[in-house]
Design a protein around this ligand. Structure first.
Ligand SMILES: [Zn+2]
Length: 414
């Protein structure tokens, strides 16, 4: 199974927007650009919302059938490890092996020594096509990288082989993710991580590093855009080099996690993939559910009441909702509107505060981030929330499709 050059990870907390999301890919295809959808829902999301992985497969297949989408679509077991991979085995054909918890833990001495022996031949100045300056590599650096990442990649190897045993080789797409580590990976680290991936014989088709800067959920990138651009381009060069040097899959590409809404780095990404011909997997941050709230607010009446109640409850449970996402959100509580203020807003105002349109004075990124992690509140509303999704399905779907197509696909791929 070989994933297409461009793919987008889409998510859907409540499994109601499969068709509306896929509709955006249909429009991109009509523009002449194939971006294949990858439905993703992490173990964390499933446990918070009490859904199981099979429901994602059912939703994805149904959406493809409804829209006659005969091109590929995938279901991603997002951020899985050995402890939960079994739950995803049947429904998924894309596996994101998360080894962040194993970075920084030292591999056995013998393994580290063998790695250094094998790769110290790269010490010195290493020229990589499309990187201006030669890389400055020392044996000490190779050793440090081995100590930091070798155990994690060996763990990825174990997860990969567990999946291979269950599903059969070539029947799924493998991603290796390190985006939830404490520090970003430098291009030199990326080089030796890929060497280790090849040594473990993991046929990775996508790799998700932690990039420089902050990738907060659902809001724009925070960081040095020029530095991001330089590192992104260097990562592309390292990947192209590693594919040849270590014999990794030809189509190995970068995966940008929490990639949705990082509008200030979209232009550098777009330029880089067009210039190099590289592929890209853009994994979104599950913001489709925010489009549901926008649609409900715009529907006014009962829809707006549901949207207001979600905020009211989320604000009251701030700590509980934010804690699991502490490293991927930045909310200034001072900037959150009070329940009374939101109660006085029109549907248009609620939608404008939430919609990610930075040119709008009413847009409030703190409000948006709190609601982003507040989906547990909506899940607990049960049928009241789900019935509202059905009742106002049309206006919600318009917002879901427009968000993915106009603000994401168009800006990067089309
Ligand atoms: Zn991730």
């Amino acid at each position: 199974m070989v994933i297409e050059k461009y793919s987008m990870g889409i998510g859907d907390r409540f499994s109601h927007q499969g068709v509306a999301q896929l509709q955006a890919m249909v429009q991109a295809k009509a523009d002449g650009v194939m971006v294949v959808p990858v439905w993703n829902k992490s173990h964390r999301e499933h446990s918070i919302i009490h859904t199981n992985p099979d429901s994602v497969r059912i939703e994805a297949d149904a959406a493809a059938k409804t829209l006659n989408w005969s091109d590929s679509h995938y279901v991603d077991a997002d951020h899985i490890g050995l402890s939960n991979v079994e739950l995803f085995m049947k429904s998924s054909d894309f596996f994101t092996l998360d080894v962040a918890d194993f970075t920084g833990l030292a591999a056995p001495e013998d393994d580290i020594k063998a790695f250094i022996d094998k790769y110290s031949r790269y010490a010195g100045k290493l020229d990589i096509p499309n990187i201006d300056e030669p890389l400055d590599i020392t044996v000490g650096l190779v050793e440090n990288i081995a100590k930091k990442y070798l155990l994690a990649i060996k763990e990825a190897g174990k997860i990969y082989r567990t999946i291979e045993l269950a599903k059969g080789k070539d029947n799924f797409v493998t991603e290796v993710s390190m985006d939830e580590t404490d520090d970003p990976q430098t291009p030199i680290e990326m080089l030796f991580i890929l060497a280790a991936v090849a040594d473990e014989q993991i046929p990775a088709q996508t790799i998700a590093p932690k990039f420089t800067g902050r990738f907060n959920k659902g809001v724009d990138y925070v960081g040095d855009v020029a530095q991001f651009e330089r590192e992104f381009n260097e990562d592309l060069a390292i990947i192209a080099y590693s594919v040849k040097e270590f014999g990794l899959p030809e189509n190995l590409k970068l995966s940008v996690h929490s990639g949705s809404d990082k509008f200030s780095i979209y232009e550098p990404i777009r330029k880089a993939i067009k210039a190099t011909g590289a592929g890209l997997h853009l994994k979104t941050a599950g913001t489709t559910w925010l489009e549901e709230l926008i649609g409900l607010a715009m529907a006014d009446g009962d829809g707006l009441t549901v949207a207001r109640d979600v905020y009211k409850n989320a604000l009251g449970r701030f700590d509980e909702l934010c804690t699991p996402y502490a490293t991927v959100i930045d909310i200034d509580p001072e900037k959150l509107p009070t329940v009374d203020e939101v109660g006085a807003w029109t549907g248009e105002q609620y939608a404008a505060a939430l919609r990610h349109d930075q040119s709008c004075d009413f847009y409030n990124p703190d409000f948006r981030q709190l609601l982003h992690v507040g989906y547990k509140v909506a899940a607990e509303m049960g049928t009241r929330y789900l019935d509202a999704l059905d009742e106002f399905a049309l206006i919600i779907a318009q917002n879901v499709t427009e968000n993915i197509y106009d603000r994401h696909l168009k800006r990067i791929f089309i």
